[in-house]
Ligand binder design. Structure first.
Ligand code: DGL
Length: 266
């Protein structure tokens, strides 16, 4: 039993899509969420820089007694998961392998699309994860620069997002995928637009639920479960504007986002 929080982080608001599934699946667990909004987007940044950010955030969350770390960001998972697992004494969960596992289960044709940030797609992390699957899948990956910025500005279904989606999703449409992995945790917030462009025959896969199942299994395996019935309290910290985080966080996650603590890297 452990009343320590589960630490969750992302470059900004996107990881809240994973946090929603975590809270729903593990209602007794207190969560500590860090959104690095002051330094987003991670996608276009060099890998070494994103790795440095991930290590800094992990240190912060461990110092606040996190019992398990969820890297709720594909860009950070791509470049930092292995290093974090080597360096930390607590279990670390990423979002890439769970998302791809869910897609492999869902596809009928074996043609799976993955959309993500420039950093995630360039890292080849999805191809590596696909090579480790028991059944082969035919992956088509496409970077979607600009999507994250729309989400962080609170715009998830304007005409402008739709026009951008039409252009960026062309490669996965042409590949005739029947399943599309939303390989950036911000993208489930654009699901309506992405679904409209892809058409209703394409299954959209968010890594959130599958990641939450992995976290639950690890919490059980390591004897880290919070005592049942205790009212779980969640904490939110951002390196960006707290008022914006609170407003958009409450919209994207729900009423759990009450107070938001400011964090400064300087
Ligand atoms: N939500 C993130 C991801 O899953 C990061 C997006 C960004 O900051 O570029 O990749």
């Amino acid at each position: 039993m452990s009343e320590r929080p589960i630490g969750v982080f992302d470059s900004g608001l996107g990881g809240l899509t994973v946090l929603r599934s975590l809270i729903d699946l593990l209602p007794d667990e207190p969560m500590l969420y860090f959104g690095d909004t002051g330094r987003f987007p991670y996608g276009p940044k060099p890998h070494e820089e994103v790795l440095k950010y991930a290590l800094e955030i992990a240190e912060l969350l461990v110092a606040r007694d996190a019992k398990l770390l969820v890297v709720a960001c594909n860009s950070a998972t791509s470049v930092a998961l292995e290093v974090l697992r080597e360096r930390l004494d607590i279990p670390v969960v990423g979002v890439i392998e769970p998302g791809l596992r869910a897609a492999a289960r869902a596809t009928r044709s074996g043609r799976v699309g993955v959309i993500g940030t420039v950093g995630t797609v360039a890292s080849g992390s999805y191809q590596r994860a696909a090579a480790a699957l028991p059944d082969a899948v035919d992956l088509t990956c496409a970077a979607c620069p600009g999507f994250v910025e729309f989400v962080e500005s609170g715009d998830v279904h304007s005409d402008q997002v739709h026009v951008l989606a039409e252009r960026l999703l062309a490669p996965v449409r042409e590949a005739q995928v029947d399943t599309l992995v939303l390989g950036c945790t911000h993208y489930p917030l654009l699901a309506r637009t992405i679904g409209d462009v892809m058409g209703h025959d394409v299954v959209l896969i968010s890594s959130a639920d599958e990641t939450a199942f992995s976290v639950r299994a690890l919490v059980e395996a390591h004897g880290l479960r919070a005592p049942a019935g205790a009212e779980a309290r969640h904490a939110f910290v951002t390196s960006g504007d707290t008022a914006v985080f609170r407003e958009l966080g409450a919209r994207f996650l729900g009423p759990e986002v009450e107070t938001v603590e400011a964090w400064s890297w300087s």
